[in-house]
Design a protein around this ligand. Structure first.
Ligand code: FEO
Length: 397
């Protein structure tokens, strides 16, 4: 099945309703692997799909044009969710020329035997004419792989943006105005947090004035196409790439016998002041995808763990390993947690918060076994301090 994007430009990719694990990303709403067909005097396929869905892609294309009439296949990104079907697609369309940048060619050569492929290396700024329309290439290194590229159709002000602005969101709607916009924006935020967050500086460079051309349509490689809410998603990316904080206090914790949980609850009670959103996440009952999403725009984060085997609890270890990799910036917070005969847990957390260059608002709050009333009051005060800090940070930004 295909959908028309504009006259003679079609969405021909695959809607993956059932995927729930995308290399660890919990895709609760599935995903799509978007590919696009631009028909003109010459015809170009923009990207492919995951390898298992090559036949679906080819069937969608065949509804529109005989395969031997495709002149170009653009590979904007070598990751297998978009390039995985290339071997099968090129075998079905042997006359096509593959357009990709130099780094992409190198990466493709590590995934495939490319010796029989007709590859034309393109550079940023280069244009390939299709007839009435053309394709102009923009290299977007580290958004989010080294070889990442976007393809622009100047005649339509349409940007095939690759992963940028994407969402893991399977839906029958192909456009932002065909789905609940709050869901599309929420999925775009989750996607940014988990896939793009580490590369905020590169995103900021890309979004600086004068770098990208005028855009009226953004056709990403996942999720819906932006045509009504283009400025909204661009503005959201401008906020996310600099970690613009909202007045939110996030309390992350794991607990053995509810002592650390009692501390988390007291912190959240203290943080509950007007104008501040408080969220409490038991990391073992949530998942890394949601946690990264919540951390992205939180002004302040308190992180707590019980001490197990002289160190933080395993799921907190996984959480902080994941967050450290994503490198969230512009956060303030502190560590807390209970212990029995060894103080490891909260100290481990505090060390990682420092490694992430978060502002540490106070020394770790530690409770030997059950927190006393005094310790719970300290937690409440610490929560209130965080809330005030969150308000100040969000207002000052
Ligand atoms: Fe959707 Fe980076 O692949």
């Amino acid at each position: 099945m295909y959908r028309e994007v504009l006259e003679n430009i079609f969405s021909v990719g695959f809607v993956d309703w059932h995927v729930r694990d995308f290399h660890g990303y919990e895709t609760s709403q599935g995903s799509t692997y978007n590919a696009y067909l631009v028909k003109d005097e010459k015809t170009a396929l923009i990207d492919t799909v995951k390898e298992p869905y090559a036949a679906d892609l080819l069937a969608n294309i065949t509804e529109l044009v005989p395969l031997d009439q495709i002149d170009y296949i653009v590979c904007n990104h070598a990751e297998p969710d978009h390039a995985g079907a290339l071997a099968e697609v090129l075998a079905a369309i042997p006359g096509a020329t593959l357009l990709c940048d130099k780094k992409c060619k190198t990466i493709l050569s590590k995934h495939f035997d490319i010796s029989g492929w007709n590859i034309q290396v393109v550079e940023g700024g280069e244009t390939v004419s299709l007839g009435k329309r053309s394709l102009r290439f923009y290299e977007t290194p580290m958004v989010h792989w080294p070889e990442s590229m976007a393809t622009y159709v100047p005649e339509e002000k349409l940007l095939f943006s690759m992963d940028a602005f994407g969402q893991h969101y399977a839906t029958s709607g192909r456009f932002d105005d065909e789905v609940p916009i709050s869901t599309a924006m929420a999925e775009a935020k989750t996607y940014y947090a988990n896939i793009v967050m580490l590369y905020g500086e590169e995103v900021a460079k890309l979004l600086a004035p004068g770098v990208l051309p005028e855009i009226e349509i953004i056709a990403p490689s996942h999720g819906v196409i932006w045509r009504k809410y283009v400025n909204d998603i661009l503005d959201a990316y401008r906020d996310w790439c600099v970690f613009r904080p909202v007045p939110k206090v996030l309390v992350l914790f794991d607990t053995m016998w509810q002592s650390t949980e009692r501390m988390a609850r007291a912190i959240s009670e203290g943080a509950t002041v007007p104008g501040v959103e408080v969220k409490v996440i038991h990391v073992r009952r949530s998942n890394l995808t949601i946690i990264a999403d919540e951390v992205l725009d939180a002004a302040c984060v308190a992180v707590g763990t019980s001490t197990l085997n002289q160190q933080m609890m395993p799921m907190m270890g996984a959480t902080l390993t994941y967050l450290k990799g994503l490198s969230p910036r512009n956060k303030a917070g502190f560590a807390f947690g209970s212990f029995g005969w060894s103080k490891g847990g909260a100290g481990d957390v505090e060390e990682i918060l420092r490694e992430m260059e978060w502002e540490i608002t106070r020394k770790a709050i530690r409770s030997p076994y059950r927190p006393t009333d005094e310790i719970l009051e300290e937690c409440r005060q610490a929560g209130e301090e965080l809330a005030i800090k969150a308000l100040e940070t969000a207002c000052a930004d």
